[in-house]
Write a new protein. Sequence first.
Lengths: 186, 186
Amino acid sequence: MHDWLPTTSYALLGLLSFDEELTGYQLQRRAAASLRHFFWSPAMSQIYAELRRLEQLDLVAHRTTPGTRPRRVFRITDAGRQELRRWVADGPGEPLVLKHLTCLRIFYGHMADPGALRARAIEHVRWSEQAAADLRRVRPGVQERSRSDPRWRYADHVIEWGLDYYAAEAASAARLADRLAADPDV
Amino acid sequence: MHDWLPTTSYALLGLLSFDEELTGYQLQRRAAASLRHFFWSPAMSQIYAELRRLEQLDLVAHRTTPGTRPRRVFRITDAGRQELRRWVADGPGEPLVLKHLTCLRIFYGHMADPGALRARAIEHVRWSEQAAADLRRVRPGVQERSRSDPRWRYADHVIEWGLDYYAAEAASAARLADRLAADPDV
DNA sequence: TTGCCCATGTAACGTGTTACATGATTAA
DNA sequence: TTAATCATGTAACACGTTACATGGGCAA
């Protein structure tokens, strides 16, 4: 059995797995609108590099649209669908990888002014609330889409997860800020 | 004003900010024992590369221990402490970056068998519970240390945050698994 | 006609992992 | 004495971002 591709490849394959033809630019916007909230927001240059790789492996294909302004639109191939299915079911990787800068700063809190530290925690609360607000904003569009295409129901489940997640994140950051304020030793 | 270093540099500086002298190997183990839970678990090779960089900038210094088996032990310099303080208070970066592979797989759930998908979610619940269990295991050591050195109290606050966090993660993954099971369309 | 969005890239750089290599000390 | 752990690295590769470059279409 052949090896796994980088996760980034599967993220892109997945965006194409709804059987739309998309340009590199559109793929970047889709990723920035949806995947960003829980996984990834790639640079344009990486998208194009990935598409080249995927095309070389025959997992995607492209055609050039007719008209005065030709664009390269990409679609997933049967081999691409098969590889994506294989990855969703059996692919490798840690379930979750976290880079929590706020926690890192607080971990080294003895190197900071207590007030500034608490401000960082409160900033984190607001940041989490903003992330939840973003999700609430995009949700109606996903729900609308999922009525005509049941494949999009999974996206809605993930959005609901995200609302849970960012609410919990805001709450635990708020508790942390309170503990910092209450701790007489810090 | 000069520019910021990569976050990795500050993570290492921070490990040295408790004024112990540590070898590269010990730094790696410290990171793997503590920072791993919320931020980072670097390869040995990266530790040594970072230490070279930090030493060149005079943010850390090393001496070679006497004895039959010389080891290079690193300590933070005054300039290093100052730079770390600057970063904790004013450094840049997203408060939190997430790579949630489980969500990515579920987002593309139309490419999978529903049972396999739900199994992934349940696996995620167990993974989160394990992460919380790891934190509970290391906590007594941190609390012990923080009794003699109040700087370690921040670490304990972060552990308490982590227990919150992984409990919430397990709960929201469990709710997601339930929603997947209850959804007649998927 | 000016400026913004669409669309497509290249080049350089920085970060980070994996594989490889070496050898000393210590515990079973 | 054998294996695990301690300790230190190098080299090659993979991943990802930033900066740069280009030009068409469209709306104010």
